[in-house]
Design a protein around this ligand. Structure first.
Ligand SMILES: [Zn+2]
Length: 433
């Protein structure tokens, strides 16, 4: 008990007592406008009451909002918590160091106002546990565990000297759970179940080539239909879903035919694919990838050539997503760079290229939360996220200014997010200063 209290005291600025936000204007995670000046009572980890009339809350910590904006904590739907603070080799060759570095980055992530991330590939189970126990500060994590890939697929980072593969021999990438290579439906079932055994809440497969892996050309359809179906079958046995990395038409269509519920990227898909995605009610998880992620790749390299092919598809795909009213999630897919991770809010703000600030913010809160809920019985944080409404979990940001008028406010969280609350606990409060 004492140890737990000490830990909480070290990690949280305030215990999970009742908190009353007074005179705030609410962005609820869905709407197009702020509410009238309101009061919001948080009891424990839940939003208990919202009212334009005064709320009597005996003993609650009172926060004078002074007309600031209260909004849901941000959600990044495509994140790799273990693959940011360290490079690929460093991550896999020293998992202890990588986990500690990822913990530090997780605290930064929370301090940028991101109270939840969907982790679509990487060994984030231990990190999640440490955050959930209050040992370190960080976002809620919805982990997929290792990316499931095939020989030469996206996520297979082996060298030619590793071939031919000997049965039972694993690379550090596989041992540490960054990605795992499968080459038959049986192997898919085995590795998928291993992810769930460790606490995965969805599965991530790489159904086609990717930019950052050396041996997976973009056009290649990596999984066979029976392999994809095996992944879907196991995910459904566990009451959850498969998210598939897929750029091309072939990869998108095979994934959907197999029962995949969320397409990641889709940047090389056709208009017909967009129609199909809309028709089937499949999610499209898009990222307004930062130009620096492309130019950071060495000119003349295979990776750079692939990025040059993918990047023009970003604009086209966002336009298709809008045209066909596709259920669209937002994420960043930052890899191997804390400097880029620091731009997380700026990457969100860049959505104004296609959306109003309100539409962009709704995507990063209420809409992303609907995607998280697809984890069904595997949902590690049952309760409503991404919205400010009575009964929802209390993940809240108190923002200086109105982000619906100026979305760039979210790009400067250090100055503009005065209070960051996760699960009813205040992790940052600069109002007193
Ligand atoms: Zn990714």
């Amino acid at each position: 008990m004492l140890a737990a209290a000490l830990l909480l005291g070290l990690c949280a600025t305030a215990a999970a007592d009742n908190v009353l936000f007074e005179n705030v204007r609410i962005f609820d995670g869905k709407g197009a406008a702020l509410s009238a000046p309101s009061n919001v009572l948080v009891e424990g980890n839940v939003i208990a009451q919202i009212s334009t009339s005064p709320i009597a809350a005996e003993g609650a910590q009172r926060i004078a909002g002074n007309g600031r904006t209260l909004m849901p904590g941000l959600i990044d739907a495509h994140w790799h918590a273990m693959l940011i603070a360290t490079g690929p080799a460093e991550t896999m060759n020293d998992i202890g160091f990588a986990t500690l570095a990822a913990g530090d980055e997780a605290t930064d992530t929370l301090m940028r106002g991101f109270t939840t991330v969907r982790d679509v590939g990487g060994p984030a189970f231990g990190l999640k546990r440490a955050i959930d126990q209050g040992i370190i500060e960080g976002p809620r994590i919805y982990p997929s565990g290792a990316m499931i890939t095939v020989t030469s697929g996206h996520g297979d980072f082996r060298q030619m000297s590793d071939l031919p593969r000997k049965p039972g021999l694993f690379t550090p990438m596989e041992i540490n759970g960054g990605s795992i290579v499968v080459d038959s439906p049986d192997e898919v079932r085995l590795r998928a179940r291993e992810q769930f055994m460790q606490g995965a809440v969805l599965l991530k497969v790489t159904a086609g080539g990717g930019v950052s892996s050396p041996h997976s050309p973009l056009d290649v359809t990596t999984f066979t239909a029976p392999e994809l179906r095996a992944a879907v079958e196991i995910a459904e046995n566990w009451g959850t879903y498969v998210a598939a990395h897929a750029f091309t038409s072939e990869a998108v269509q095979m994934s959907i035919a197999a029962g995949v519920k969320c397409i990641e990227h889709g940047f090389l898909m056709s208009e017909a694919d967009a129609k199909l995605i809309a028709e089937k009610g499949v999610w499209l998880s898009l990222q307004p990838l930062h130009e620096m992620m492309r130019t950071g790749l060495r000119e003349g390299s295979v990776e750079r050539a692939k990025a040059d092919e993918v990047w023009p598809g970003i604009d086209r795909t966002y336009k298709l997503a809008k045209k066909y009213d596709i259920k669209t999630a937002w994420g960043t897919d930052v890899l191997f760079s804390r400097a880029m991770a620091a731009q997380q809010g700026a990457i969100l703000a860049s959505l104004t290229r296609w959306y109003t600030p309100a539409e962009a913010l709704a995507m990063a809160t209420g809409t992303n939360a609907e995607l998280l809920a697809l984890s069904g019985k595997r949902n590690p944080y049952p309760g409503k996220l991404g919205v400010v409404e009575e009964g929802a979990l209390a993940d809240l940001l108190l923002v200086e200014g109105n982000p619906l008028e100026n979305l760039d406010l979210v790009a400067d969280p250090a100055n503009n997010f005065k209070i960051i609350m996760k699960d009813g606990v205040i992790h940052k409060n600069t109002l007193a200063e």
